[in-house]
Design a protein around this ligand. Sequence first.
Ligand code: MN
Ligand code: MN
Length: 459
Amino acid sequence: MEKKNAWTGYKSKDLKELEKLNSEYKEFITTAKTERRCVSELTRLAEDAGYRNLSEVILNKEEIRPGDKLYAVHMKKTMALFNIGTEPLSAGMNILGAHIDSPRLDIKQVPLYEEKEFAYLDTHYYGGIKKYQWVALPMALYGVIVKKDGTVVDVAVGDGEDDPVLGITDLLIHLSQDQMKKGASVVVEGEDLNLMIGSRPLQGEEKDAVKAQMLKFFRDEYGVDEEDFLSAELEVVPAGRARDFGLDRSMVIGYGQDDRVCAFTSFKALLEAGTSGRTGVCLLTDKEEIGSVGATGAQSFFFENTVAEILYAMGDKENISVRRALSRSRMLSSDVSAAFDPVYPSVMEPKNSAYFGYGVCFNKFTGRGGKSGSNDANAEYIAHVRNIMDKNHVRFQTAELGKVDQGGGGTIAYISAKYGMEVIDSGVAVLSMHAPWEICSKSDIYEAEKAYKAFLKEA
Ligand code: MN
Ligand code: MN
């Protein structure tokens, strides 16, 4: 049972590969800070690697054969990629799943207002956050404003070289006597997360002149007016690049590593794995942080429908084949795990915790209380996965999310398990989970990608 820190065993070849993967990863999470940007960036990379768009394949009645590479996107926020195997699809797939949405602040539908000659956009937070962590930071704004005629206007400001940043102010310590007595959940309240965007009045304007100036800005810069915010999706995220963390550069700090660290490594593994017997899949879902709901969340029929479309296009028109393809599949449902933090040891049980540098992490179950809400992976399946990891010299560890009855959390694992497929939670350990800046170990990122590649080939 004795385990060693993965760093102690790396040769120079490993270290070179590790740094290369992590450089690409840092670039990716710097560029793709929203689910829409993840999908567009990964679509670009997939097309470069020869993946065809499934909807075009269907439209043009193109053939699908073993060895083909396909991707499907739904509503620009969720996607599935396939390496079609040499065995029939109905024999089951090897699926890597992860989510590409992250905690953030969403702009409200009626957001713009002026107060004491400051202009603000009002926000509604998305996912589980400690609200006090999201103030006094430079923030970026990403998303779309869709006009009534269907024109989609892209907004991306805060990460360009000369871009301005936005943000939410915090109360100065000198006057915080009352605030400091409050509980942490109310020290900054949700309704007070107001994004400051300007302070300069429009010349010649009498009333709400700063707001008027901002409206002029939105008109000039994006061609939109105040009503167009009604059909906008704008997300406020931390501004700035993902970077090396630690004097030894052993870690990565960046926004949205939950769960883009698993999404990126799964995607990379699929691209590198090539054709196997069983069809390999990378499924990237939206809305995990709010319960995997909606047409782009893991609970939607997007993936099932996509599998049905591929079978149909391959000439297998039996409904039973869809059921078989799904029930005979095996999946690594990847999401970040809570890393052991020596500053807060009391919430962890050391034997069953994830540690930086000990490789990809498998969680037999997640959930809360008596494992409530969890997919509880089968022992037989865990043995199968363990065997694949050992055979391929992949470092892995097992963990659960903190001490019994300390809290908990969920993933998308239980949703795929509904088809009767084998599923286990796996992923990369993270520190400061759901904070604006999260931290991962470069070696765990490296081991995760190796684990996913081995799984695609051998599960
Ligand atoms: Mn997650
Ligand atoms: Mn999360």
